[in-house]
Design a protein around this ligand. Structure first.
Ligand SMILES: C[S@@+](CC[C@H](N)C(=O)[O-])C[C@H]1O[C@@H](n2cnc3c(N)ncnc32)[C@H](O)[C@@H]1O
Ligand code: SF4
Length: 453
């Protein structure tokens, strides 16, 4: 059997993820119903905002995200229409949240490729965010090196409301970049980092990928070495996860290409942990390492914990009590907003226990530790009172027995021994829940019901 890091690859953890996180999304009956649910469940004072930019100039072999290949110049009209729709959506949220007291503290654009939008588009978006949602924070974007190798373009972005950048380096090795189907070179990455610093970008994260078909442990270590020598604030390391809808799936399934084995997966995880820690990068998530104290690039946390307003085609939002998914069809997204409707294709209510478990999974298995006092302040109940008697609570007890977690008065923390298990839990969840949601919503623009996994 060829090795594929798909949703069944993590043994017991794949099995548990499929059962424990079974969820059902329903299409809201009307825009009014969805607006009311968002308004009533948005009760916290600090809120994050995510915008999805679903365009790329090509398709990487194992990409699991909702995005459509376009030509930056030929499809400028489509980009303009898309940004207009996004601006209308920002305005809609201003109406929905009228009178509510909250502050937008984090603004993040992911994709796809947000760096495909030039400074002019980002200026319009950032002006709208300030005017309609009082959101003054700088925008963090995901960027591709082929866009940022041009210095003037980078200066323009940073003059237009962009403050933080997560650069999709993936690897410095030409062979690995080719295996992934990337459209940039390692020189483009070095130039992009230099351009970002010259333009005054304060926070730079770079993404790296391992478990790439054909990649050896030695090649991964070399990528980590080169990454650690760059002038960047954070390094995130992702294993190459495989969904059945990525274009490289058949190549893997037929055995024409193969991912490294399970033992190498473990070695690659601990190589990142040891090497990056020894170079002054502090572990902040199981896959993220930062050398700027008190700062990290906003990624999945808000999606898991909420509250996060999700805007754009295929965006996910979670107010804390209401989780929703926008339509994954670009033309339908644009049409809905032109017709004055919210583009929400499916949604579900999440109760307080459900949210508490999501929060705990995120804190313990992604962020490496849960502060019990913070938990009590957020949920109004003692952690063990609320979660202890659930299946999840019992599982934590077992992991403590194995030495994968440790607990004192204040915290439940992941141990170094537990790191591999935390990765298995995290990736089994990602492949069985968010990736499955994305897969289902790729099939039709407005399905009446979606059940995952
Ligand atoms: C949302 S993507 C978008 C960023 C940008 N478009 C790019 O690819 O550089 C964020 C990151 O996900 C990671 N990624 C891409 N394909 C992946 C896969 N199959 N499994 C896990 N992570 C992946 C890459 O490191 C990428 O930089
Ligand atoms: S990995 Fe990034 S650049 Fe590649 S197709 Fe996916 S979103 Fe686009």
């Amino acid at each position: 059997m060829p090795r594929i890091l798909d949703r069944n690859a993590f043994g017991i953890w794949s099995f548990i993820a499929k059962r424990a996180f079974k969820v059902e999304f329903e299409r809201p009956k009307s825009t009014d119903q969805a607006s009311k649910a968002i308004r009533e469940t948005l009760t916290e004072h600090e809120v994050g905002l995510y915008m999805h930019i679903p365009f790329c100039t090509g398709t990487c072999l194992f990409c699991p995200y909702t995005r459509f290949p376009i030509s930056k110049h030929k499809d400028e009209k489509l980009i303009r229409k898309y940004v207009d729709a996004l601006l209308s959506e920002i305005k809609s949220y201003s109406l929905i949240t009228k009178g509510l007291e909250f502050k937008v503290t984090d603004i993040h654009a992911g994709g796809g490729t947000p760096s495909l939008l030039n400074g002019k588009f980002w200026k319009a978006i950032s002006d709208y965010l300030a005017e309609y949602l009082r959101a003054e924070a700088k925008i963090a974007i995901e960027a591709n090196p082929e866009d940022l190798k041009d210095e003037a373009y980078v200066f323009d972005l940073l003059d237009s409301g962009i403050g933080e950048v997560s650069l999709g380096v993936q690897s410095f090795a030409p062979k690995t970049l080719k295996s992934l189907g990337r459209r940039h070179s390692s020189e483009d990455c070095f130039r992009s980092i230099e351009n970002l610093r010259n333009a005054g970008c304060k926070y730079i994260n770079i993404d790296l990928m391992y478990m790439v078909p054909g990649q050896s442990l030695q090649e991964w270590v070399e990528d980590l070495e080169i990454a650690s020598e760059q002038d960047v604030d954070e390094i995130t390391c992702y294993p190459t996860l495989i969904t059945p809808y990525c274009i490289g799936y058949e190549l893997l399934k037929s055995g024409r290409i193969e991912q490294p084995d399970n033992k190498t997966l473990k070695s690659m995880i601990y190589a990142a942990e040891d090497l990056l820690s020894s170079k002054g990068f502090q572990p902040i998530e199981i896959y993220g390492y930062s050398r700027k104290e008190g700062w990290k690039y906003v990624t999945v946390n808000l999606e898991m914990e909420g509250p996060l307003l999700g805007l754009g085609c295929a965006a996910e939002g979670f107010t804390g009590g209401y989780e929703y998914h926008n339509t994954s069809f670009v033309q339908e997204y644009i049409r809905a907003l032109r017709d004055g409707e919210l583009p929400i294709a499916g949604a579900r209510l999440v109760n307080s226990l459900g949210r508490a478990i999501r929060y705990a999974v995120c804190r313990i298995f992604i962020c490496r530790g849960l502060d019990k006092l913070e938990f009590k302040q957020k949920f109004g109940r003692d952690f063990h009172d609320l979660v202890g008697k659930t299946g999840f609570g019992r599982m934590l007890g077992l992991l403590k027995l194995f030495g994968y977690l440790k607990e004192d008065e204040r915290k439940i923390e992941l141990t170094k021994r537990g790191l591999f298990t935390a990765h298995k839990i995290c990736w089994a969840f990602v492949l069985n829940v968010p990736c499955r949601i994305a897969e289902e919503y790729r099939k039709a623009p407005w399905p009446s019901k979606v059940t995952v996994p």
